[in-house]
Unconditional design. Sequence first.
Length: 105
Amino acid sequence: MAIAIIETGGKQYKVSEGQKIKIEKIKGEKNANFIFDKVLLVADKDVKIGTPYLENAKVEAKIVKQGRDKKKIVFRYHSKTRYRKKKGHRQPYTEVEITKINLQP
């Protein structure tokens, strides 16, 4: 079973085929295919490491869902000065399912 490390949305994810992950929102409809071309590492029988990215390496995925996370509360407070600010935030995300890891020589 091959694993890969991909970069998307300023973050790195360790993925394998059949895995579902939540990533930063990307454009695309439900059931659309998406290709991650920023592949940092692929490990199957041997390990290939990019500098910084591997050429000819792609990770194919299918968009499962577009959504928004649970609300996170942002509360700012200064003691003894009556300063209080409360704000909520819901981060948009995309859930993808990894379908194939390609490494062409």
